[in-house]
Design a protein around this ligand. Structure first.
Ligand code: EPZ
Length: 433
């Protein structure tokens, strides 16, 4: 069974700041990014309680508007508290998020959009200081369908004095989930999931009880693992429409894909065909599945071209994949993936969340064991990865840090108090995630 979507749950937690009544969020994944957001909400003065996979958030009267640097540095998605804070309190001080290794991660669309809504914003000593006595309804055209900017602006617009229209809005399923959550709080929103979202501000928002949408990126990751190992994998809980174009690409590679109301099953027995991939905002091919897909393309019988259009630097994992035997060359936004390649296990290190997932995928296919370090990246976004993989038939385990094979001792990762994930070639992955 899939977990709740990381990239929705984080925003629902932020949206809970919009009311002084308690909100219950169900199917929250136990991952470190959620823990960081919980710490952020508590730093802002909200009460947050865990109960299994439920979180209860009560942002009462003692709410402050200052998001500390060490939390924003830990997770740049923390800037998603900007919109709710300026809507609820009329002010917010948020540390400027750093970049990360997939790109500079600018926030100019967020800033310009909030200024369109009447907020005054200054950046001072690395902090964004936002102030607004009354947010004003406006038409806000986004230069690019930014997920985070759309979310910040939708949440801020719930406090404007009329109807705000966001044009060229992001259309991801996580945006729809956020708008469903806000409507459950009493907000009046139309057009979620389309490029034009209308928000009628001025409605007092109340508490809500909401289940997070299933994680389509987790689903796509496990489906790729099933196709890569020549097994059969079923994911449960996700509307297949959330992965429509991605599933079409799997079919184009020769993977057998069957869908039910909330189930997706992949099976692969024959050879994989090469195929070209271009990442785009939803409903285009998800950039968060790009690295994992490159592993699959490395097994295909021919050359594939992967074009990364969303982030500036999202081929970081290529060098590590090539150490496992892949044949990928990159130039700017393009990667040329040669196949079929025989992958062989080695000692590698996760460079980021989805790059780490790609290395796990490669480890499941490679000949011999693969040790993957810097697991803190993977733990940010995959709940119970080892348990779910083991249930699928994978030979995988977390092993504590010890001298690593390969080129002699590698620098200790003790600073990340990481363990190491060791995965060996799976038999055919079978069962359901
Ligand atoms: C969200 O990031 C997701 N993160 C990302 O998932 C996902 O890859 C991305 O959307 C695209 O789908 C969360 O939801 C927490 P964007 P976000 O704003 O909101 C540029 C994962 O692996 N941009 O749509 O940051 C930006 O630099 C993560 O789960 C500006 O230039 O994505 C990037 O190149 C990784 N100015 C592009 O737009 C801005 O003000 C897409 O960014 C904002 C963004």
């Amino acid at each position: 069974m899939l977990s709740g979507a990381k990239n929705s749950a984080l925003k629902l937690l932020a949206a809970s700041l919009l009311t002084d009544e308690p909100c219950t969020i169900r199917r929250v994944p136990h991952i470190t990014d959620i823990a960081t957001m919980v710490a952020m909400l508590r730093a802002l003065g909200a009460d947050v309680e865990y109960a299994g996979d439920q979180l209860r958030v009560h942002a009462g009267a003692a709410l402050s508007g200052c998001a500390p640097y060490e939390l924003v540095r830990t997770m740049r998605a923390s800037i998603i508290v900007m919109g709710p804070l300026v809507a609820r309190l009329g002010e917010a001080t948020i540390a400027m998020p750093g970049g990360c290794n997939i790109g500079p991660r600018r926030i100019d669309f967020h800033i310009r959009g909030l200024e369109k809504l009447g907020a005054t914003i200054e950046i001072d000593h690395g902090f964004i200081k936002i102030h607004s006595t009354q947010l004003k309804a406006a038409v806000v055209p986004l230069d690019y369908p930014s997920v985070g900017a759309t979310e910040n602006l939708v949440m801020a617009a719930t406090a404007t004095d009329g109807e705000t229209v966001i044009e060229n809005a992001a259309r991801e399923p996580e945006i729809v989930d956020l708008c469903d959550f806000l409507r459950g709080m009493g907000a009046v929103i139309e057009g979620a999931g389309t490029a034009t979202i209308r928000i009628e501000g001025g409605h007092a928002l109340h508490g809500v009880d909401h289940e997070v949408v299933a994680d389509r990126i987790e689903a796509g990751t496990y489906l790729i693992m099933g196709a890569a190992t020549g097994g059969e994998v079923t994911t449960l809980g996700l509307d297949p429409l959330h992965l429509e174009l991605f599933l079409g690409k799997l079919r184009g590679m020769g993977v057998d894909v069957r869908v039910g109301d909330r189930s997706i099953t992949v099976r692969r027995e024959g050879p994989l065909a090469p195929i070209d991939i271009s990442t785009l905002p939803h409903p285009g091919f998800a950039t968060d599945l790009q690295a994992q897909t490159m592993v699959l393309l490395s097994l295909a019988e021919g050359t594939s071209i992967v074009t990364e259009n969303v982030f500036e630097n999202r081929f970081v994992v290529v060098d590590e994949l090539n150490r496992l035997g892949a044949g990928i060359s990159t130039s700017g936004h393009h990667a040329v993936v040669e196949g079929p390649r025989a992958l062989s296990g080695s000692v590698v290190e996760a460079p980021d969340l989805r790059g780490g997932a790609a290395l796990v995928t490669a480890g499941l296919v490679a000949d011999g064991a693969t040790d993957i370090g810097a697991l803190h990246h993977i733990d940010r976004g995959y709940e119970d990865l080892v348990g779910k993989l083991a249930a699928l038939g994978a030979d995988v385990a977390r092993v504590d840090e010890r001298p690593r094979t390969g080129e002699g001792p590698r620098p200790s990762l003790s600073s990340c108090d990481d363990e190491t994930l060791r995965s060996a070639p799976a038999g055919a992955c079978g069962g359901g995630a």
